[in-house]
Design a protein around this ligand. Structure first.
Ligand SMILES: Nc1ncnc2c1ncn2[C@@H]1O[C@H](COP(=O)(O)OP(=O)(O)OP(=O)(O)O)[C@@H](O)[C@H]1O
Ligand SMILES: [Mg+2]
Length: 231
């Protein structure tokens, strides 16, 4: 079953005289439980695509269908609930709330939903991500890599059906990157999560089940779900 589908998805930005085609007709299908890596040069449209998949941005045209539902047909409230309950998003710039502690940041999406956090699971994530002892600190007191790991902890804390991660290891050394990837993969398999991850790192991309390459807002390799081979 395809949990994520895009149909001729386009996102154009009108910049005075020029039109920037950030996404220019993306047809993508992602199966439930799949681990997909998105690669491509800087400015090729990767973040834009991920934001669309998470319902964080509105397409110029085309469709995004999540779990059989066209997200453009959802009301604002439905979309907010969908984002909070179904998706865990790791932003390229982390997006941690500066006036909340690391622990508060991690459990925020769960608390907003009125659900009690699974404390044991969260402790496990904190430990694996090397954030033990940092729970009470503020994001500004952490290094870039630590903030990145906190953002990942927040995305995984509610065991979302879909994990959308924008360069989740972009600020980590190669050893830590592989550890963090291992965690994403293990959690994904354990909870049947679908993972879509942007990366610039080939070694990291190879850990995914499928790799798609984006250039100039178009998929130039790996867009077909039936082709499971790596590039
Ligand atoms: N709000 C915006 N207004 C205008 N142009 C934008 C906007 N957001 C993105 N773009 C343009 O869309 C294109 C794709 O941007 P995007 O952030 O998706 O690239 P990316 O593949 O994630 O790059 P990187 O690897 O550097 O993060 C770029 O040319 C960018 O300048
Ligand atoms: Mg980006």
């Amino acid at each position: 079953m395809d949990i994520l589908i895009t149909e001729d998805l386009k996102k154009y930005y009108e910049m005075g005289e020029v039109t920037v085609k950030a996404l220019d007709g993306i047809d993508l299908k992602v199966e439930k439980g799949e681990f997909l890596a998105i690669v491509g040069t800087s400015g090729s449209g990767k973040s834009t695509l991920l934001h669309m998949l998470g319902g964080l941005d509105i397409p110029t045209s085309g469709k995004v269908i999540v779990d059989g539902k066209d997200i453009s047909k959802m009301t604002k409230d439905e979309l907010a609930i969908f984002r909070r309950r179904k998706t865990g998003f790791v932003f390229q710039n982390y997006n941690l709330l500066p006036l909340m502690s690391i622990y508060e940041n991690i459990v925020l999406p769960i608390k907003l939903d009125g659900i009690n956090p699974d404390e044991m699971y969260i402790e496990q994530i904190i430990k694996i991500l090397g954030l033990k002892g940092k729970e009470a600190m503020m994001p500004g007191q952490l290094s870039g890599g630590q903030q990145q790991r906190a953002a990942l902890a927040r995305a995984l804390a509610s065991k979302p059906a879909i994990v959308l991660a924008d360069e989740p290891t972009g600020n980590l050394d190669s050893r830590t990157s592989l550890d963090v990837l291992g965690l994403i993969k293990t959690a994904g398999e354990k909870f049947g999560q679908t993972i879509v991850m942007i990366t610039h790192n080939d070694e990291i991309a190879q850990m995914a089940g499928r790799i798609i390459r984006i250039e100039d807002g178009k998929i130039c390799r790996g867009g077909d779900t039936n082709v499971k081979g790596k590039e």
